[in-house]
Design a protein around this ligand. Structure first.
Ligand SMILES: [Zn+2]
Ligand SMILES: [Zn+2]
Length: 536
């Protein structure tokens, strides 16, 4: 059996294993590569997948970094089943179309940019809406714990990964040459005691464990979820007659926030005059998917739903799919709670709510998710006094709350706890889906605790599995880490700097106005250099 890592190797996005076994070729996940330009260029390495010759795809969960290239595979000729759980299929219906929309918008934007600059051959959309809609028709829902055989000799079972609704940890049994090899693909492993989904399950023992390692180098700080903090934000803004703004990702986080608000409602801490708005078309549709799939909720969430207050609380939540309804929220004065996307405030309707409220003393902004560097959300969490929205500088007068304890990923010790029972038969562990430092740290701990040495593959690396041994590995060094040509780049910069200095005497004889123009341009370059140095 051969397995190749087409993503999430020494990085977190682009999860995809390409496997050849029993005469079949298939993928476990087909995620989009996200990050800087060099990483995203991997999305265009289409021939790696040879999509027309794939026999099936297994998808662990609906996040785009695990599923987002399915429409691309379809565009390239894939026309076989893509297996996933029922909730995942329903979420993908929303998320793949949303992804296609983003791809099409991006391509339009690039086209305009190329036109303005008189350039030819703008990059095409990775895929379009038609590809996404076709991909959705290939989704084949399967049940947790019920083995199925996509091709003779390969049996697949989904276990609950406890990460997002419908997320799965996969266990495969592969019959080859009279032997059976068992393999676990962890998918993204959830945090125990999450609000809606069940705790991550550990499947039966296997010969190989391919395991995520996102938080391999750290535990979550402040693990316990502070519903109290949310209560404080609500009380604060209610007292001042202002609004509570909650930026949240559309899938899972929005619904978790609703659950928290329900708990406050039950505890009598949610004033009746405070309407709750879910103001994001995608979050609204995702919430409907949750509503249809309560059978996979954990017991606590199920119990809450059967509570006599549930109906009453649900009646308080207002959904505002249209732009007009969304705008209406901000023309209504008085206290309210608004959950909107994007979660990091870098796009979407949330930016309008911030514009209307961030300068108002008494308003609250409540962060419930990770804020990436460079996003407005990160700036607010780091207590910025001013923020730029729609090109306008605004004072931050609202109170900023950050609530931890919502993470969808297991922290370091939870990853080790998940792995512990599986180490009984001394499997080969392979770490994926993590930054190098997180992976090295986790590998060290696995060695210390279980006396086993995990492998950490590179992008494109191929492994031949024979019984319990990795018989052979093939590296594609040039593809995995194309050499960065520093001598060329620094040489170019030095050459041009020399030319600049040669011309300086001429510049000093120019009219003062022209000199100030050039001065400004050079000052900008100096600033860019300072920023570059600060990152080294
Ligand atoms: Zn995920
Ligand atoms: Zn992931």
């Amino acid at each position: 059996m051969k397995i190749q890592f087409l993503g999430a190797a020494r990085t977190v996005t682009g999860s995809c294993y390409l496997i050849e076994a029993c005469g079949a070729r298939f993928c476990v996940d087909c995620g989009m590569h996200q990050g800087n330009k060099a990483i995203e260029a991997r999305n265009r390495d289409e021939k790696n997948y040879d999509a027309g010759n794939l026999d099936f795809v297994l998808i662990t969960h609906a996040h785009i970094d695990h599923s987002g290239l399915l429409p691309l595979l379809v565009k390239q000729g894939f026309s076989k089943p893509a297996y996933c759980t029922r909730p995942t299929a329903e979420l993908l219906d929303i998320m793949l179309q949303d992804s296609a929309h983003i791809q099409e918008m991006e391509a339009q934007w690039q086209l305009k940019k190329y036109d303005r600059r008189g350039l030819k051959n703008p990059p095409q959309a990775l895929y379009g809406m038609a590809d996404a809609q076709k991909a959705i028709t290939y989704l084949s829902p399967v049940e947790y714990h019920k083995s199925f055989e996509p091709v003779p000799g390969i049996r697949v079972t989904y276990y609950d990964a406890g990460h997002i609704l419908g997320s799965g940890t996969l266990r495969l049994e592969v019959d080859e040459d009279g032997k059976t090899t068992s393999i676990i693909f962890s998918g993204d492993i959830g945090r125990p005691h999450a609000l809606i989904v069940r705790d991550p399950e550990t499947p039966p023992l296997a010969d190989y464990i391919f395991m995520e390692s996102t938080y391999g180098d750290r535990n979550h700080k402040n693990e316990s979820l502070s519903v109290e903090e949310l209560a404080e934000a609500v009380a604060y803004s209610y007292g001042k007659g202002e609004k509570v703004i909650i930026p949240a990702f559309a899938v899972e986080r929005t619904q978790e926030v609703l659950f928290c608000l329900f708990k406050l409602h039950e505890a009598g801490k949610l004033p009746a005059e405070m309407p709750i708005y879910v103001d994001s078309p995608m979050a609204i549709r995702a919430t409907e998917v949750f509503g249809r799939n309560t059978d996979v909720f954990d017991d606590e969430a199920k119990a809450l739903l059967t509570n006599k207050d549930a109906h009453h609380f649900m009646g308080r939540v207002r959904y505002t799919p249209s732009a007009a309804e969304s705008m209406q929220i901000n023309s209504t004065s008085g206290p309210a709670i608004i959950i909107s996307a994007s979660g990091m405030c870098n796009a979407g309707r949330i930016r309008h709510h911030l514009k209307h409220n961030i300068w108002r003393p008494g308003a609250s902004i409540v962060f419930v998710g990770y804020q990436a560097m460079g996003t407005p959300g990160r700036k607010l969490v780091e207590k910025a006094k001013k923020i730029t929205l729609f090109g306008e500088d605004m004072d931050v007068a609202a109170r900023i709350f950050t609530i931890n304890g919502f993470s969808g990923h297991a922290g370091q010790s939870q990853l080790l706890d998940w792995l512990a029972p599986l180490m009984e038969n001394r499997p080969q562990v392979v770490l994926v889906h993590g930054e190098s430092t997180a992976q090295e740290t986790l590998a060290g701990l696995i060695k210390e605790r279980f006396n086993a040495t995990p492998l950490i593959p590179d992008y494109m690396e191929e492994m031949t599995l024979e019984g319990k041994n990795v018989a052979q590995t093939v590296l594609h060094e040039q593809k995995a880490r194309p050499r960065v040509n520093w001598p060329f780049l620094t040489g170019e910069v030095e050459r041009k700097w020399g030319m600049f200095k040669d011309k300086l005497a001429e510049v000093e004889s120019l009219p003062w106005e022209s000199q100030t123009e050039l001065q400004e341009a050079l000052a900008k370059m100096d600033y860019a250099m300072t920023r570059l140095l600060s990152r080294m």
